[in-house]
Design a protein around this ligand. Structure first.
Ligand code: COA
Length: 375
């Protein structure tokens, strides 16, 4: 039986390659995209600016942004064969599986045949992802074939409009912008590393993004926002939440939305989304979910010095905006496809196939015994 190798478990703390895109570290300027702090970006930029930054290395000026926004609007329509494929996926499917199929299907219909197409392909992906999610969701749940012509000029507004069949409020549009900015990029996390490994074989971009979606799906990664929601919605008061969390800690259960593989004291994205969650709670006169979330945060810090990661207050924020829980992680995909694509471009620009070694801990060399001597 293989023994655990604590030092090397999870490749924690090891440098696995060079990147100019993002820093993830403790302290001030911990999370940056191309040198810009995430607080600054979340305060001052819309998601389209971040996509432009990640794909080009620089923020757009006003004209470039207007052109880019218009381009992404033009790229929104879903090919009929993709719609047909989405219609075949049952209502009970997990939307992350839907997206994995949707991106893969798009790769069949609009295959990347040269790396020169990579930025166009990435633009097409981020323009179509909100439509893919909402087309499947609305068709399978409401029997409606949504029209991609939402009239919204931002990806944030487009998603909310398609989902709810009405123009979102200014507050909801803004929170969705912030959320997409916060989730866009995070260095060599599991899904991005998956995308880079796939890119390093010189595979096509749809394969890289499909692989990354599979990786993000797990509850230890992107799936944590959904898992956090499923947890907090069980409790009807902060006191009940405290009691339940104490019990979970005693039983050594993981509390989703807490802890981080790199950050040790706080996740810089948490304070930002928490503030917006509080605003949304006030808007809907919530007296349960937000206090429950705050109490979880207090108890986890008091008992374990564990802090909320980006996912925890995203759960309540999305819930207050009327977003169904199972669409939480797909929103992460809508955003992170920018970071994944940027890493695919970077990997391709200076590529060597990613192929580490394993420390062998299996049986000593031996010969195949004759069948009659095998136990
Ligand atoms: N709830 C309870 N305990 C936690 C915890 C959590 N969310 N996160 C970490 N811990 C504990 C572990 O049980 C472990 O305790 P031990 O030393 O007594 O065994 C210790 O803290 C170290 O945690 P570990 O899982 O080894 O850290 P990691 O770096 O391997 O994992 C995460 C990082 C993010 C995977 C982990 O914190 C986690 O599973 N969090 C919940 C899922 C989540 O929110 N994921 C989204 C990440 S952005």
């Amino acid at each position: 039986m293989a023994e655990k190798t604590p030092g090397g478990a999870g490749l924690r703390g090891q440098i696995a390659g060079k990147s100019a895109i993002c820093t993830v570290a403790m302290g001030h300027s911990g999370l940056t995209y191309y040198g810009y702090e995430v607080d600054d970006l979340a305060e001052n930029c819309e998601f389209e600016e971040i996509a432009y930054l990640l794909f080009n290395g620089e923020l757009p000026n006003a004209r470039q942004l207007a052109d880019y926004r218009a381009r992404l609007v033009e790229l929104r329509s879903l090919p009929p064969a993709l719609k047909k494929a989405l219609e075949l996926i049952p209502k009970e499917a997990h939307p992350m599986d839907v997206l994995r199929t949707g991106v893969s299907m798009l790769g069949n219909l609009e295959t990347e045949t040269s790396f020169e197409q990579q930025k166009d392909q990435a633009d097409r992906l981020i323009a179509t992802l909100p439509g893919m999610i909402c087309y499947w969701y609305r068709y399978s749940h409401d029997g409606v074939r949504v029209d991609m012509d939402s009239g919204e000029d931002s990806i944030a507004g487009h998603f909310l409009h398609l989902l709810h069949d009405r123009a979102p409020s200014a507050l909801h549009r803004q929170v969705m912008q912030v959320s997409l900015v916060l989730y866009a990029e995070h260095e060599f996390n599991a899904s991005t590393f998956t995308a880079r490994v796939c890119a390093s074989t010189l595979s096509d971009i749809h394969s890289c993004i499909t692989a990354a979606i599979g990786s993000l799906r797990g509850p230890l990664h992107g799936g944590a926002n959904e898992a956090a929601m499923d947890m907090i919605k069980q409790w009807s008061s902060a006191d009940e939440a405290e009691q339940a969390v104490m019990g979970m800690l005693k039983r050594k259960e993981k509390i989703m939305g807490f802890g981080h593989a790199v950050y040790t004291e706080s996740d810089p994205r948490n304070a930002i989304i928490k503030k917006w969650s509080e605003k949304l709670a006030a808007e809907v006169n919530d007296t349960v979910l937000y206090p429950v979330s705050v109490r979880c945060e207090e108890v986890m810090w008091r008992e374990k010095k564990l802090f909320c990661n980006a996912d925890f207050f995203h759960a309540s924020a999305y819930h207050f905006m009327g977003i169904p829980t199972k669409l939480f992680t797909p929103i992460f995909v809508m955003s992170r496809t920018t970071g994944w694509s940027a890493h695919v471009f970077e990997q391709r620009a200076d590529n060597r196939i990613i192929r580490p070694n394993a420390e062998y801990i299996g049986p000593a060399p031996r010969r195949v015994p004759p069948m009659e001597q095998r136990p």
